[in-house]
Design a protein around this ligand. Structure first.
Ligand SMILES: Nc1ncnc2c1ncn2[C@@H]1O[C@H](COP(=O)(O)OP(=O)(O)OP(=O)(O)O)[C@@H](O)[C@H]1O
Length: 495
């Protein structure tokens, strides 16, 4: 059992443009890596992320279907839905823990059926889903064959019901030029990252609350993350899904890039997990199932996420997940070689600098499920990131006796080095994961509709800019909105 040190600290990630330096467990620490506070090799106690190169995709823009004013938070205040749920023994007592707030999930996994045999989604299910081709795939955006793997296997039902969440491929929301700094009052910091921070903001027009990620251009350039940052904007503008963060707009000034997103009020799953120690089997299953749907959606659009971890999973006011931080998301129809992610979560083919595909996300899902069930990641042992890499390559995992047998079976199939055997990467694709016995009780279409109550409802005042679930950070001292010469103006044309 890892020491408490593991449990407390957030993992950040790291970028390094030279894959050979970061992929080799015995690589020396580079000055670049040290300077990069997504987690320098020297300062991390547990893990960091690594990133190397990214290919640039051409920008794709279109009108958004909905304006933020129309679709953002409502003022409805939800009743707290906290009924107490037995939490397994914690690795260590955690003062101030609110584990009792983890709600009953008696009907969570197997909710009562209150509609007809076809279910609430019968109509949409019949519609079917024709995967759109990737604009980046050979054959171009109008060639269905370009969708690759997705064509060759049965279409997942939950993708079929996603029609209303689809941003047509080859089209993305217009994010540029819709807003400026003057549209928002900047409030407290919600989180900090490698190049800047995320602020709670309030729209001066509709008084609603949003989150704005502010990235310092100089820092992005210094850390050679220009393409990843442009990819982040592009990928976020292209996706629309219940469990993915919504990007409403982007803008920039001479110093900074700004990304306007929904404010996800419930805080990070990371915080809840650390307070809880570990999650009961059904609670882990609930969050894992929502992540599975999000990955299925991303992969159906040939997007690899590449940075799955509890720190990047936010809870909305109802307790449903929103995946945030698309800093490493990328359209990859086939293989890529970019070394990026967070060490604990890296698949062995990434660590060993081999080409890899979407299946790295299924590996990471396995790590996430393990961490939720155990409270620590399987390859962490208190050592350096290099030690983690060694452990990943060795591939030995200890499964505590309390792990549910079905869960262990799923983990063994996800956290498997041989990608020809890794669940999610086989002929059945994401359906193989969803059809695994551990998920047997999950009604996927209802889950997608958020028609299943979450196990934990964050204690927030909805729609009121309540940031009580987020840690406090020292505030930015530099003034935003500076004008003048912008030496990086050519690098971020899409913002
Ligand atoms: N839409 C949002 N609503 C509420 N909080 C958010 C939102 N987006 C991000 N945050 C908070 O800000 C933190 C940092 O955001 P994010 O991970 O996107 O930044 P980053 O610079 O990419 O970070 P890192 O370098 O650690 O990956 C998140 O962990 C979360 O706590």
């Amino acid at each position: 059992m890892p020491s408490l040190g593991f449990l407390k600290k957030k993992r950040t990630r790291e970028a390094n443009t030279d894959p050979s330096q970061t992929s080799n467990p015995t690589s020396p620490v580079t000055p670049t890596a040290k300077a990069f506070d997504r987690g320098s090799l020297s300062s991390l106690t547990q893990s960091q992320s690594v990133a190397s190169q990214a290919t640039t995709q051409s920008a794709i823009s279109n009108r958004p279907e909905t304006q933020p004013e129309m679709s953002h938070t409502t003022s409805t205040t939800l009743p707290q839905q906290i009924q107490g749920y037995p939490i397994p023994p914690q690795p260590t007592p955690s003062p101030g823990t609110d584990v009792k707030n983890v709600a009953s999930i008696s009907n969570l996994i197997n909710p009562p059926q209150h509609d007809g045999p076809a279910g609430i989604l019968g109509g949409q299910l019949a519609v079917g889903y024709a995967p759109s081709p990737s604009p980046g795939a050979p054959g171009g955006a109008t060639n269905p064959a370009a969708a690759g793997q997705a064509q060759s296997r049965p279409l997942p039902q939950t993708v079929a019901v996603l029609e209303e969440f689809q941003v047509p491929q080859g089209q993305a929301r217009v994010t540029k030029g819709k807003y400026s700094l003057a549209d928002f009052e900047i409030l407290r910091t919600l989180g900090t990252g490698s190049f800047g921070r995320v602020h709670l903001v309030q729209s001066r027009h509709n008084q609603r609350f949003y989150a704005v990620k502010v990235l310092k251009k100089a820092q992005v350039v210094k850390m050679k993350q220009v393409e990843h940052t442009n990819d982040e904007r592009r990928m976020l503008a292209e996706v629309k899904h219940p469990f993915l963060i919504t990007l409403w707009g982007t803008f920039q000034d001479a110093r900074n890039l700004y990304m306007v997103m929904d404010f996800v009020e419930g805080g990070e799953l990371f915080s809840l997990l650390r307070k809880s120690g570990r999650f009961p089997n059904p609670v882990a299953k609930f969050y894992a199932a929502e992540v599975t749907l999000a990955l299925e959606y991303l992969h159906s659009r040939n997007i690899i996420y590449r940075d799955l971890k509890p720190e990047n999973l936010l809870l909305d006011r109802h307790g449903h997940l929103k995946i945030t931080d698309f800093g490493f998301a990328k359209r990859v129809p086939d293989k890529t070689w970019t070394l990026c992610g967070t060490p604990d979560y890296l698949a062995p083919e990434v660590v060993s600098n081999k080409g890899y595909n979407k299946s790295v996300d299924w590996w990471s899902l396995g790590i996430l499920i393990y961490e939720m069930l155990c409270g620590y990641t399987p390859f962490w042992d208190g050592g350096s990131p290099m030690k983690i890499y060694e452990n990943i390559l060795k591939g030995k995992i200890k499964y505590p006796a309390y792990i549910n047998p079905d869960a262990q079976d799923l983990l063994e199939r996800l956290i498997t080095a041989d990608i020809t055997k890794r669940l999610g990467n086989l002929y059945g694709g994401s359906d193989d994961v969803k059809n695994h016995p551990w998920f047997a009780e999950v009604t996927w279409d209802r889950l997608l509709r958020k028609d299943i109550d979450a196990p934990y409802t964050p204690p927030v005042k909805a729609g009121a800019g309540d940031a009580s679930q987020f840690d406090r950070y020292p505030e930015e001292t530099e003034r935003y909105g500076q004008t003048g010469y912008d030496e990086y103006s050519q690098l971020f044309m899409d913002f």
